[in-house]
Design a binder for this molecule. Sequence first.
Ligand SMILES: *Cc1c(COP(=O)(O)O)cnc(C)c1O
Length: 379
Amino acid sequence: MTYQPTALEDAAAAPVASSDGLVGAFERQPHPAPASTEEREAKMAKMLFGKDYSDYQAHATWTVEAGWHNKVIEPYGPFDMDPAAAVLHYGQEIFEGLKAYRHEDGSIWTFRPTYNAARLNHSGRRLAIPELSHEDFIASIVGLVRADSEWVPDVPGSSFYLRPFTFASEPFLGVRAAERYEYLVIGSPSGPYFEHGFQPINVWVEPTYHRAGPGGMGDAKTGGNYASSLLPKVKAHEGGYDEVLFLDAATDTNLDELGGMNVFVVMADGSLKTPKLTGNILPGCTRSSILQLLRTQGKPVSEETISLKWLLDGIASGAVAEMFACGTAAVVTSIGSLTGKDFHVEIPGSEVTKNLYDHLTAIQLGQVPDDFNWLYRLA
Ligand SMILES: *Cc1c(COP(=O)(O)O)cnc(C)c1O
């Protein structure tokens, strides 16, 4: 059976103008007080994920009358927001996450940005948030990264994490889709996502709470899904676990995903499986990239319903060799154990996982040929 690309994969394959052609779309404002070299170097030495931010941010505003306008690259920092802004009350917000990588020759690249552009609009449709053109999405990233190029690290495993997001800023407490929105991109120099590097994580299989349910917002990248995942994550941390694996809300029997990462199962026979996109699962760019890599390599890989019972039986019998989670922030990470209300299993293998990590990061860093045309030059 030939593989049918998803709408996001189709969008991601569409050509985009070069960064030189897009850079002017967000006008750079002067910065009165950028970080000093010492300040920047102190932050770049630590690279705490999501703690330190660069000098600039991209910003645009949407109104009914003007659409998206005031597209600027402005100094990073707080801005006025009315306490009645709709996002603070009804959570009308969507976001994206992607990275800029510095290659050996100093050039700066990002990975499948049109996938993120298309997904922002996919999420926006679910939350009744106006669409942003792919050109504007990519232009905002080009503009920010060019203004902040000194913040893009060159240490192995590091990157400049980009966080585009859109939220309802209209001051109005009536319950309806807002009539004013802000779109921003902020950037944070980031070392490897997990504190201890490539180490297997211990995962709690959540018996009570769900992150999303049928007809909800599970396939939209929105703060609300994260809000619902926080209490179970707090409890899992208290129990000594790193992450939470959520089961499907309808039957409580099948694997959905982690709070912010998709999951794969590696079989002892070399084949792989991942939960199929049900509408409750976020269609990850990393998930899509891994599926494409494996299909091209001729590895048997399927998207299917994966029941927890089947998984636990497979781990017990040895039919399941590895399990991993994947997402832009962590790339690929081994799941070393699963614990639930009445079970605990160890999953010792990590060879296939490690190879995928190495392959994907080598593509992102320009160390192997970019056969899929996934890289986009920012600067
Ligand atoms: C962002 C996200 C992922 C991973 O998506 P990538 O595009 O691979 O970064 C997975 N699950 C959830 C819930 C997410 O928000």
